[in-house]
Design a protein around this ligand. Sequence first.
Ligand code: GLC
Length: 519
Amino acid sequence: MDDFLWWRDGVIYQIYPRSFSDSNGDGLGDLIGIVSHLDYLNDLGIDAIWLSPFQPTPDKDFGYDVSNYTAVDPRFGTLADFDRLVEGAHLRGMRIVLDLVLNHTSDQHAWFRESSSSQDNSKRDWYIWRECPNNWQASFGGSAWEYDPGTRQYYLHLFTKEQPDVNWRNPEVRKAMLDVFRFWLEHGVDGFRLDVFNAYFKDPDLPDNPPKFGLRAFDRQRHIHDIDQPEMIPFLNELRGLLDSYPERYAVGETYLAKLQKTISYCGEDKLHAAFSFDFTSNDLFFPWDPAWWMDQITRREEATNQASIWPTTVLSNHDLPRAASRYSRGEDDAQAKLAMSLLLTLRGTPFLYYGEEIAMRDISLKRGEILDPPGRKYWPIYKGRDGCRSPMQWNDKPFAGFSNTRPWLPVHPDYTRRNVAAQQADPDSMFNFTRNLLHLRKETPALRRGSFIPLKTPRGTLAYLRQTDDQCVLVRMNFRKSQVNIAQPAGEWRAVFTSAEGARGRLTPYEIQLFSKE
Ligand code: GLC
């Protein structure tokens, strides 16, 4: 094969460990559960697994509040289980990407327990303590400052009050964090997803953020002092030096409050390999289904990433967003989910697939009293939180969808008797087989992995583009409408390589996707 580079040419599959597979019957997924599905993932055709946090956590933000960075939460397994997972993945040619949540710790982390024990504790300065709060807001609601009656000062938390922000300006903190990377690199980890990395550094003077128009108090200020500080770049340089001292390691950043240009500024040969710019999901309440809007977003990011020689990332779903199939599909029909999957897998950039996306899992809906996610509890009913997209993986039609033999931590979607991996594997027209076929086609088609992106003019309601390398060209055509559209036959010697429907050259049936190739 050509010079395949796993994080650029491959597809990364995100697992939310507590919802993937429960091997020990406690209702929570675990690492051994993942190990038992490595063959499934390999057969699906993915190249790397991103694991959401599995470190010890008091679950105030379901894993994103870590109380020990270099251990495994006993509910999810042991370090030996983790080593088995890495070994099993590597044996099958798949990489492991770890989620590191280093902007804040849990308030139960030993560092914070020490820091909050007294004003003169040696770790006091490992967190951000002040006599008086400024106007900063926590993104999960309320002031970003919490008063600690014990030591009579306020500490900063950009998320829940149980997630105190660490002080990245303290050299000891910086060293301790780099040691966390080293620890996992030594355990064979291939890459990292850095949670809200661009919030690590705050303006040292902690000035008020200026006001702007917005709905929630959090949105009514411009976040210019609490994120995106210049000190971030030298740290990324240092981190990249560490990663490059191992072969083919990778780091992708979750850009908090992402703006395309800002996101790009954090990537490069001596910075991150990639960062999420969330071009298609940046407004998490509004998801347009309009090909003109998509083309506009795509061309904007094409221009910006090409100019900066940055490899883009494509994300349609993750543990923070309503699932793509819930956003775009109507009822039980997966036609629109298939179209969204085609965009994910054929645009230029590394696709990030979210567990269950391959069977078009839908969000669960919960009653108010069942909601676990802190922002959902806070903002219900305007915003119902993120539990919806975190329900257990639907493996088969057995009780609890084959995820567990006991009641899981979140309810299984009631459609699991029809919508599950086993049923879809047996159905050639299923979302699963659609996704698997497209993943395998992508693998053997350099133009789909690496080719440049060339937009084409097409009739309203449709979207078409070329992906082109020196010796191969792929034509992608999609119909976003629920009615048939006539479209010119592609001129020249095109070979049909993939379709979701009948594949006629002069028309696209409702929501049809067609791919042609030319050598
Ligand atoms: C990131 C995570 C999200 C978490 C937050 C705080 O945005 O993706 O799940 O709640 O950071 O760690």
